[in-house]
Design a protein around this ligand. Structure first.
Ligand SMILES: NC(=O)c1ccc[n+]([C@@H]2O[C@H](COP(=O)([O-])OP(=O)(O)OC[C@H]3O[C@@H](n4cnc5c(N)ncnc54)[C@H](O)[C@@H]3O)[C@@H](O)[C@H]2O)c1
Length: 325
């Protein structure tokens, strides 16, 4: 019997790359779709690694309907597409302020095109990566629940929330199995160089200063990529429409994450404090009762073990990562 094929948009990105590897390790086939424009210095590194494990990357811009139609034709010919993981998108809260048009174009229009692709190839399910940013500023001690009222304070969050609604509409109207996942600050091997953990590891390792916006007491529900891959993959088995938080549910102060990195590297960070950006929230934290109930999700990596294996990955690969920092 031929293997099931899983399609991953954004396969050259941090989560898409790790999920592609997870799918291959689980004994399935994976095909990636990515604009492949080297927007992240690690894209090329991830591309080669995926080629090495037999994952082909189809180059396409998801915001271009014709390019996605052409991908759809190729996938229909290949056949046997089981699920689509839609992870391509523009991430980053601060950058979205300067380029809102691009964020809506890729995150909303692009999601519309991927939903049409999903229908055209006749896959069983689609999983879409949304973000904890849709919750906006929450109170101390609060754990965000999928049913909370939302307070989106950036074009990034608003474009993702609009895409969530589109997914829900498609699921209800066309009777499609679609799960929307709200990820909470994902980190780990081959991570995004613009995100705090990998950026701090690189700079502290090189004895360069790191910048903290605010006093370092802002809390993030840091969630390890291995837990995210498992939850994302398992969500593809769900029926109907589902909205699920994937966060560790154990928020950590940013300054404590820096202390864990220092400990693991055996180096002291040189910290430069700058005023907090008003678009940055004070706390993210996930209520995960729904993910426990629906996919039996139980994140296992602590911040200590997760940072430890991220540092190990960094040290093994740092020669390839020269452009970081
Ligand atoms: N990493 C996190 O902590 C986090 C948290 C919440 C939500 N998310 C969401 O999860 C998804 C994956 O995140 P990530 O950290 O891997 O991001 P990433 O930036 O590393 O990966 C995104 C990928 O999408 C591709 N892409 C961008 N525009 C495209 C386009 N027009 N057409 C085709 N491909 C395009 C990029 O080339 C990149 O490879 C994103 O949608 C992001 O918003 C991530």
């Amino acid at each position: 019997m031929s293997k099931s094929i899983y399609v991953i948009t954004g396969s050259l990105g941090f989560v898409g790359f790790n999920l592609s590897k997870f799918i291959i390790d689980s004994g399935h086939s994976a095909i990636g779709i990515d604009i492949d424009n080297n927007s992240d210095p690690l894209n090329g590194w991830r591309h080669k690694e995926l080629q090495g494990i037999g994952v082909e990357t189809l180059k396409a811009d998801i915001s271009d309907k014709y390019q996605i139609e052409s991908v759809g034709n190729k996938l229909s010919k290949i056949g046997n597409v089981k699920s689509i993981f839609h992870l391509a998108g523009l991430a980053g809260v601060r950058k979205s302020i300067d380029n809102p048009d691009q964020y809506y174009n890729v995150n909303l229009r692009g999601t519309f095109n991927v939903l049409q692709l999903f229908e055209s190839v006749g896959a069983e399910s689609l999983v879409f990566s949304s973000t904890s940013s849709v919750y906006g500023n929450i109170h101390a001690e609060h754990f965000s629940k999928e049913t909370d009222s939302l307070d989106t304070i950036s074009p990034y969050a608003s474009s993702k929330l609009s895409a969530e609604k589109l997914c829900e509409l498609f699921s209800n109207l066309y009777k499609l199995n679609i799960s929307v996942l709200r990820y909470f600050t994902v980190y780990g091997a081959a991570g995004r160089p613009d995100m705090s953990i990998l950026k701090f590891i690189d700079l502290i390792y090189k004895n360069k200063p790191i910048t903290i916006f605010g006093d370092g007491n802002q809390e993030r529900d840091f969630t390890h990529i291995s837990d995210i891959c498992k939850g994302t993959y398992d969500s593809s088995k769900l029926k109907g429409f589902n909205l699920i938080n994937l966060g560790r549910s154990n928020p950590e102060k940013l300054i404590n994450a820096v202390r864990v990195i220092e400990e693991k590297l055996g180096k002291k960070a040189k910290i430069v404090y700058k005023p907090q950006n008003e678009i940055d929230v004070n706390r993210t934290s996930a209520d995960i009762s729904n993910s426990k109930k629906l996919i039996n999700w139980d994140p296992t990596e602590s911040i200590e073990s997760g940072i430890s294996n991220t540092v190990d990955w960094y040290k093994e690969n740092k020669e390839s990562l020269e452009k970081l920092g």
